[in-house]
Ligand binder design. Structure first.
Ligand code: C5P
Length: 243
């Protein structure tokens, strides 16, 4: 058997060259990292859960006309995605105060924000993904003003979809992060949602109890991460057999 060509290895995923030009195989690892990889562990089954949950969210977005890189799930740990030129930004949407926003502005975690707030971080592990403003993004040419309009529109549409899907199963979407990439179609370029959408990249709280069902369980040592992610998958009806 021929070895596949590895394109990139990140903290939680590995990317391989796909079977057709313009495609990539995205492999979900069991590695968990937090605080810019200062805390790390291997959590058996996390990759399987994130693969299935990211498929569920990305396919749901494709179905309502929000373009994503997702093409199809290949097996328990891999999915086929469209190759895209990733814009070097983490796009964070917040509905309730939590995490770094609470810390930065002294806001109580769980406070409903007056409206969804979008923040941008520059994707650079060595710098710890610093918060940047639209001024930095424009001045350094990371995205054009048309890109920024498209990014805001994508981020808010993902927020509406994800908030609704999670609310229907008794979960509050506190915040989340997406990444966006460029694809070229003839004379046009389009932005699509890339990377993953999973409990690794969202804050998800039970609406009744505020129990955390996301990566904060790992960051803050609140119990079993796979139990939390399995609960999200169970409520959405996508729990893999044997999990
Ligand atoms: O840490 P912070 O409060 O800024 O995170 C906001 C949201 O973005 C959380 O849902 C977190 O899981 C996600 N995030 C992420 N990857 C990062 C930073 C934040 O998925 N590198």
């Amino acid at each position: 058997m021929a070895r596949r060509k590895k394109i990139y290895e990140g903290k939680a995923k590995t990317l391989y060259e796909g079977p057709e030009p313009g495609t990539i195989v995205q492999y979900f690892k069991d590695d968990a990292t937090a605080f810019n990889a200062e805390k790390r562990d291997v959590i058996e089954g996390k990759g399987v859960l994130n693969n299935i949950l990211s498929e569920y969210f990305m396919q749901g977005l494709n179905d309502i006309g929000v373009p994503t890189h997702f093409l199809k799930r290949l097996n328990m740990r891999e999915q086929l995605v469209r190759a895209a030129e990733i814009i070097p930004l983490e796009i964070i949407v917040r509905n309730y105060a939590a995490g770094s926003l609470s810390k930065r502005l002294g806001l109580e975690e769980g406070m409903r924000l007056p409206r969804p707030i979008i923040e941008y971080c520059y994707k650079d592990d060595a710098l710890g993904d610093p918060l940047v403003s639209e001024e930095h993004i424009a001045a350094f040419g990371w995205a054009t003003s048309q890109d920024m309009d498209d990014i805001v529109s994508l981020a808010l549409r993902v927020n509406d979809f994800m908030s609704g899907v999670m609310k229907a199963v008794g979960i509050r979407l506190v915040d989340f992060k997406i990444e966006v990439g460029r694809v070229y179609e003839g004379d046009f370029q389009r932005l699509i949602v890339a990377d993953e959408i999973s409990p690794d990249s969202c804050r998800l709280w039970d609406v009744e109890t505020n129990q955390k069902l996301d990566k904060d369980v790992f960051r803050r040592d609140l119990g079993s991460l796979t139990d939390a992610y399995s609960e999200v998958a169970r409520r959405l009806g996508v729990l893999p057999k044997g999990a």
